[in-house]
Design a protein around this ligand. Structure first.
Ligand code: CA
Length: 246
C-alpha cells in the first residue's frame, strides 16, 4: 500500500480503544484516538481521514449526533458503528443515519479488521488500488503498466493508459465520466485538456488491449453514450490483498 489509511477511533472506554488502536496499527493502518464525541467529530473532520470507528454511548456528544454532524461535512466518509447495544433499533438508526456498517461488542480484532477492510474497499473517496485486471486470457499488470499475454509477451502501456484503466477498474460496475477521468488521471479540473483527448487515449488503449486477439474477445472498456466509460462486465480485478472481484 502506497500510504497508510487513517482511521479515527471514537471510543470512551480506554481498554477497548487501546485494543482497537493496537489491532489497527499492527494491520498497517494509522489510528487516531478520540475518547469523547466532541474530539471524535473534530478528528473525523480533518483532511486525510479515511474511516471512522464510532462508539454510540459517548461523553459530550453521543455517537448518533457525531454521525449526523459528520454527514453534513463529509457525506461519503466511511463510518462503522461500534456498540454494545446490539438492538435492532440502534442498528437501523445507525444505518439510516448514514453508517456504512455496524459491529456489536464484544468483537474480535479479526472481525473488526475484516469490516474495516471491506468498508474501505467500497469507499468512493479513495478506493483500494487495483493491481491486476484480467479479461479472458489477457492480464494487465497495473504496477508495471504492461499487458501480459498468454504466450509471455508483454506490451507496455503509457502512464495515462494505465491510469485510465485503473480508474475504470476502481469503479467497476459504474460509469466513469470523462470529467472524472480528467481530474483523476490528468489531475485537471478546469478543462485545459479537452475531454476529446480522453477519447483518443481510450481508442489507442483499446487497440493495444485487443491486439490480434479473437473478434469475440470480451470488451475491456464499454462506452456509455453521453455519460462516459466503464470497465467491461467480463473484466476481473485484483486488489492488493489478492481478493478477486468479478
Ligand atoms: Ca461508550
Amino acid at each position: 500500500m502506497a500510504d497508510k489509511r487513517t482511521v479515527v477511533v471514537v471510543e470512551d472506554e480506554d481498554a477497548i480503544r487501546r485494543g482497537i488502536v493496537d489491532a489497527l496499527r499492527s494491520a498497517g493502518y494509522e489510528p487516531v484516538e478520540a475518547a469523547d464525541g466532541q474530539v471524535g467529530l473534530a478528528e473525523a473532520q480533518r483532511a486525510g481521514v479515511d474511516l471512522v470507528l464510532l462508539d454510540l454511548l459517548l461523553p459530550k456528544l453521543d455517537g448518533f449526533d457525531v454521525l449526523e454532524q459528520l454527514r453534513v461535512t463529509r457525506p461519503s466518509l466511511p463510518v462503522i458503528i461500534l456498540s454494545a447495544r446490539g438492538s435492532e433499533d440502534d442498528r437501523v438508526r445507525g444505518l439510516r443515519g448514514g453508517a456504512d456498517d455496524y459491529v456489536v461488542k464484544p468483537f474480535s480484532a479479526r472481525e473488526l479488521l475484516a469490516r474495516v477492510h471491506a468498508v474501505l474497499r467500497r469507499s468512493p473517496e479513495r478506493p483500494e488500488p487495483v493491481l491486476r485486471i484480467r479479461v479472458a486470457e489477457k492480464e494487465v499488470d497495473c504496477g508495471r503498466r504492461e499487458i501480459c499475454l498468454n504466450n509471455g509477451q508483454r506490451i507496455a502501456l503509457s502512464e495515462m493508459e494505465a491510469g485510465i484503466l485503473q480508474q475504470l477498474a476502481a469503479h467497476a460496475g459504474r460509469v466513469v465520466s470523462r470529467e472524472e477521468l480528467l481530474s483523476s488521471v490528468w489531475g485537471i479540473r478546469d478543462g485545459v485538456v479537452e475531454t476529446r483527448a480522453i477519447d483518443m487515449h481510450i481508442t489507442r488503449l483499446r487497440q493495444k488491449l485487443r491486439g490480434d486477439g479473437p473478434d469475440d474477445e470480451p470488451e475491456w472498456i464499454v462506452t456509455v453514450r453521453g455519460k462516459g466509460y466503464m470497465l467491461g462486465p467480463e473484466a476481473v480485478t485484483v486488489t492488493d490483498d489478492g481478493a478477486v472481484e468479478g
